[in-house]
Design a protein around this ligand. Sequence first.
Ligand code: GLN
Length: 541
Amino acid sequence: MTKHIFVTGGVVSSLGKGLTSASVGMVLEQRGLRIKMQKLDPYINVDPGTMSPYQHGEVYVLDDGSETDLDLGHYERFTNGPLTRDSNYTTGQIYQSVIEKERRGEFLGKTVQVIPHITDEIKSVIAKLADDDTDLVITEIGGTVGDIESLPFLEAIRQFALDVGKENCLYIHLTLVPYLKAAGELKTKPTQHSVGQLREIGIQPDILICRTERSISEDDRRKIALFCNVPLEAVIEEKDKDFSIYEVPLSLVNNGLDELIVRRLGLKCGSPDLSQWKDLLHRLRNPRHEISIAVVGKYAEHRDAYKSIYESIDHAGMAFDAQIRVGRIQSEQIEHEGAERLLAGYDGILVPGGFGERGIEGKVEAIRFARERNLPFFGICLGMQCAVIEFARNVVSLENAHSTEFNKDTHHPVICLLDEQRNITDMGGTMRLGAQDTKIAESSKANEAYEADFVQERHRHRYEFNNSYRQQFEAHGMTFSGTSPDGKLVEIVEVDSHPWFVAVQFHPEFKSQPTAAHPLFKGFVEACIARHSNRAEQTVV
Ligand code: GLN
């Protein structure tokens, strides 16, 4: 029988509910349990695919091509349970499905209502994940308790325990215990109110995870336990980690969370094997190299816009015991201040994916700087397309070469719309999405990094390299080291004469884990370390 954990959040948003849920999943998985993670998002958009990164941060893409919430990135980095389209539902999808059923006449003339029809639909997407191969489903409810739009989800998870038996469900509520400077103390009242609201809906949380910047005293924990109607041992502190997010699972274990969950749900499993994670933290604390990488993007000021890229850089850093300072550089700023001023001093440059014209010329400038100075360069998706534009203009001498995404009338459309995209008018879910095969040429940087001739990587794009320029580019020293198996779509480009210049049409950042850094990120970081030590040697001489 599959058991269920529901994670809700209270008091404020941005408490790190995704990270905490992923950490809970990770520790339970390390105890030998087979888990599946799921996120239910209360917004009405069908998926985050059409939302601005300012609204929602990165759009995380799965193998099956679904465009999902960035919390699924935490799930995949921390756990190994399979994630699919069924791992992320929004209010929009729930309603869409109910309305389609109504149109097909499936409700037999009944009035279609939030309760029971919407709540039934929500319960069915949770139940879908329960099967013989799954010990535990962890469902995170997006938003904050008290939001109007969360209500149907909370009602559904309340009912769920009645359907499958209370003993098979566990409710974790993540809350904030703020420190008030003026009073010089931690305040438990917001937590009491938040739990009060949950109880009004009919949910009594089993466990409270309390986010706080200071340690919570035993007295305060007792107070929370008493007012929120949970035993003292179920008030778990989760203090801010100023060092690394990878400390979170270990601190939850230290505070007894996994033990409590296992006992409450009667799960049969061993004790957690955290050796790999402890090793990671040890490496982080004892770096042998210190390097810096500039990430040049349109949304550089926004931390969540390139979340998986930053994480993947960290993973590769850990693999080489390197502490990496990441400079988040807004590409538009390069247009105003110049690449030299903003990029000199970095050991490598990464240009991530993106959409829209703003800041494109800054990215092209950054890539030129990396190419001309022999600085390791890693381009991802739009970053690859910009590398092609830069090479076209400055090496192949194709004046004003561009992507037709930004200039429809350019004389040299070196990047153009994929054939399959020509008749598409809808914006949502219509890009070339998800896992696709790539064939990798022998003796290329990509082959060296992957140590493989075939790989599968995730995609999310509408534009591609224009094949009519292939020969011209090759004659000038660009290699097309990765293509679709039929050779038609360019997937990886490299500059032959450069120490490490690799750009890819896909998104390797969606397949990197702290315990298994992505080969291309490793290749890039290794090249940055080499560049750094060369530079240091030159300075000494
Ligand atoms: N805008 C480009 C395209 O649609 C790149 C997409 C991306 O970087 N994800 O092809």
